[in-house]
Design a protein around this ligand. Sequence first.
Ligand code: URA
Length: 437
Amino acid sequence: MTDAPAPSAVEPFDAVDVIRTKRDRGVLSPEQIDWVIDAYTRGVVAEEQMSALAMAVFLNGMEREEIARWTRAMIASGERMDFGSLSKPTTDKHSTGGVGDKITLPLAPLVASYGVAVPQLSGRGLGHTGGTLDKLEAIPGWRANLSNEEMMRQLEEVGAVICAAGSGLAPADKKLYALRDVTGTVEAIPLIASSIMSKKIAEGTASLILDVKTGAGAFMREESDARELARTMVDLGTDAGVHTVALLTDMSAPLGRTAGNGLEVRESLEVLAGGGPADVVELTCALAREMLEAAGVEDPDVEAALADGRAMDSWRAMIAAQGGDVDAPLPEAKHVEELRAEQDGVVTGLDAMGVGVAAWRLGAGRSRPGEAVQAAAGVEIVAHVGDEVRSGDVLARLHTDTPERIGRAQEAIDGSWSYAAPGTAVPERQIVKDRIA
Ligand code: URA
């Protein structure tokens, strides 16, 4: 049991009663919710009590009013940012997390190249999904932590900022997310929706585009669950006065051909140079159009901004403003192992989870908060969905600085490719499945 501080005054509720209410499928009152979030943030509700409550929510769910109140209580646990003094409109996007999801990297500078401010407060990877900050830290000199003043200045002068959320923003979520991660309570719609939306509403963006992923590599594997999550978040944002739209997108296979920090930066640079994998370009452009339209830019030709170097100029300014050396070579792994096909065929599927876990085991992710990640580790996919392979062809390259990790990574990725007979036509992958507003 953790040692809870003595309550400073008589507490109006008892944590055990709140837990019992949800355990017995009851509805928590607004007062109970406000109290339990505040008392947890103060350390009066103990970690083991909150973990019991999170499990009760995971098992029994929450009604719409409970989720809205829970979200408001988490916002009230910390500070709120205000971008009202900026001379530009603000827009932001949030992804529920996937494998090879490097979209923020080309997207933020692309949108900023239209004179819109993009305050992208990002996180680090945990488990099989990568974190935007870990990816950008592969760039020599780049700094994730900015003061509020530095962030405001960069938004005004450059437009795009990708940085770590300050500790003052929704501190209740910081504690609760870490607890959920070790208590098997991450994949609960009310908890994911309130976690994401409390941070985004507290951040103060005027508009928000959500990329809600579904498929093998997503927290919500089933499309119906992803749809419900999207609907819940759009309603929470709209009710809080934030223009919120969600795109439901495919995460059955990895996005693009890389999963791992420096490897994903390299691929993002290809997109910013007007090339890159078609799925990454398609999703970047779809999200950019939504963000720009929400910020009042009508009919933007975002493909042209990628092709003519405007987005790349904006990237260089964004990276340099945070100390990054834009011309420095990206780190290369000390060891690269090739995986080869054992049969002829057309690749019909590539399991995102297998690739994500392999990248993580190679050193791209961490198994404990605070652990260092390898900037050059990850998976380079050579044979993706729709590609034709012959037995002996290279399927993927595994990059790591620590070759002893190869065996376990290989166990994770083996069997991730599925095939049909050579010459079989593979239906084109539909990246954006729906739009929910
Ligand atoms: N991202 C978050 O910020 N919170 C969640 O609960 C899941 C994904």
